[in-house]
Structures are given as structure tokens and as C-alpha cells.
Design a protein around this ligand. Structure first.
Ligand code: IPD
Ligand code: CA
Ligand code: CA
Length: 255
């Protein structure tokens, strides 16, 4: 099953890169800033066909075509292109995210950044890797030594004001910086390999974090919701970290 996930991510990455180099982007818009491009659609088709070819009975949950629920205990959770806004604007920060869940628990997570040719991968209880090398979270244990990442959901109302307020509070704690990469899956993977020490976002869909969350946990990190509640695929908002600064992040996020 891991092989299938890797194969699907690799094929999808090739499709995305092809569109990227040909400058083909938005074909339709969900709203003014939530875009869907031909790359999202074709990447998703390829991933679904690769999975169905091997595992026709498994359930599938994807961003663009919704869900296909069977009575299988396995469910693939797919974001065919995480970071569509970046892709559209030619900002080279996006990825393919594929996860396999069994009875609601993560088994396999694969996140592939085709621009940097970086493949993040994890299997339950087998650790996490970046291009086949084991990765671990950072050892930073203070907010004033940390680099954080923040994501914003597409809505520009209450949630955005809340996120901006939280950002201000983290800056008052003298964090080294706060980045907004535009790809939730990469935010989680970057936390997994120590490029970030923590990341939070107030509204996400399961496909944004299904794979990245396992990669982070297998790299020794921690992920909860922003109230500190235990991770599951439906939490819908995330506080993710190297574990050591988690309680300090939650102190701010629960205010
Ligand atoms: C988005 C990205 C972004 C996050 C948004 C997501 P998409 O996914 O992960 O970083 O802030 O909440 O919706 O639309 O590019 O697949
Ligand atoms: Ca996404
Ligand atoms: Ca997407």
C-alpha cells in the first residue's frame, strides 16, 4: 500500500510540474481566492485511478471530487495539490498529499513537493523520512527560540481576525519569526523535520493534514486541536509542534 501511495504521489507530481512549466493555471474558482486549476483536477484523477487500480474496494476522500465510501476499513485521504494559490501565482511551494487511514487511524502518509523533489513519508510505528533519510523534530524548547508557521483559511472574517491576534501574541513572546507558506501539508512536514518548531491553523479540511499529521507524529512531534484535544481526522483545526513547545503554544491559542 505504501508503494501505491508513493507511486500515485510521484505520478501526480509529474502532472503538476508539467502544468507549472506550461503556465496553465486556473480553470475555475470556488470563490475569488479559493482556486481550482487543471493541475488540481488532473492530479486527483491520476491519484484516484492509481489507487483504484490496486485497491478497488477501498474508500476514498478527496478535495475536488468528494468522497466515495465503501464498507472497507481502509480510506485514502487525498489532497491532489496542496498550495493551489501558490501554484497559481507561480510561487514554488506546493505538494501532493496522500494518506491511508485504517478504521479512522493513520497508517501511511506521503507528501511530495515536486519542485524541490522532496518526498516526506511515514508509516505508523516505523518513523518518518525525507527522501529516505529519517527525520526528527527540533529540540527547541522555548517560544523565544522558535520559528513558527501559521495558515489562514480562505474566509476573511472572524477566523482571520483571531489568527492575526494570535500571531501578535506569539510575536510578543519574541518568537524568531512566523511564516505563512500556503501549504498546510508542508507546514506539518517542515515541523516534522525541524525547519519549523510549531504550526497552527484554525480551520482545515481532513485532506490538508491527513498525511502531514502522521509524518509529524512519527518524527516525534505532537498534534492536537488548538484547545489541546487529542488528534483525529476530524479535528478541523490544528496545533502542531516538536512537542517541547506545545504547552506554550496552547497557552496562547486557548486564550
Ligand atoms: C490550503 C493550504 C493553505 C491553508 C488552507 C488550505 P489548498 O489548501 O493548505 O496553506 O492555509 O487552509 O485550504 O486549497 O491549497 O489545497
Ligand atoms: Ca489543501
Ligand atoms: Ca488542494
Amino acid at each position: 500500500m505504501k508503494k501505491t501511495a508513493l507511486n500515485a504521489a510521484n505520478e501526480a507530481g509529474k502532472i503538476i510540474l508539467r502544468y507549472y512549466s506550461k503556465n496553465v493555471n486556473a480553470i475555475s474558482k470556488k470563490n475569488t481566492y479559493d482556486l481550482v486549476t487543471k493541475a488540481d483536477i488532473d492530479s486527483e484523477k491520476k491519484i484516484i485511478s492509481t489507487i483504484k487500480n490496486k485497491y478497488p474496494g477501498h474508500s476514498i476522500l478527496t478535495e475536488e471530487s468528494g468522497e466515495e465510501i465503501t464498507n472497507s476499513e481502509y480510506c485514502w485521504v487525498i489532497d491532489p495539490l496542496d498550495g493551489t494559490n501558490n501554484f497559481y501565482h507561480k510561487f514554488p511551494m506546493f505538494c501532493v498529499s496522500i494518506a491511508l487511514y485504517k478504521k479512522g487511524k493513520p497508517l501511511i502518509g506521503v507528501v511530495f513537493d515536486p519542485i524541490k523533489d522532496e518526498l516526506f513519508c511515514a508509516e505508523k510505528n516505523k518513523g518518518a523520512s525525507l527522501n529516505n533519510k529519517k527525520i526528527k523534530v527540533s529540540t527547541v524548547n522555548k517560544l523565544n527560540k522558535s520559528l513558527l508557521a501559521l495558515g489562514f483559511y480562505y474566509e476573511r472574517g472572524l477566523l482571520m481576525r483571531k489568527s492575526l491576534g494570535q500571531m501578535k501574541k506569539f510575536f510578543y513572546e519574541n518568537v524568531h519569526g512566523i511564516r505563512r507558506t500556503g501549504s498546510a501539508a508542508l507546514d506539518l512536514c517542515y515541523t516534522a523535520c525541524g525547519r519549523f518548531d510549531g504550526y497552527w491553523e484554525l480551520k482545515l479540511n481532513p485532506w490538508d493534514y491527513a498525511a502531514g499529521s502522521l509524518i509529524l507524529m512519527e518524527a516525534g512531534g505532537r498534534i492536537t486541536d488548538v484547545q489541546g484535544k487529542k488528534y483525529n481526522l476530524m479535528i478541523g483545526n490544528v496545533a502542531a509542534s516538536n512537542g517541547k513547545i506545545h504547552k506554550y503554544m496552547l497557552e496562547i491559542l486557548t486564550q
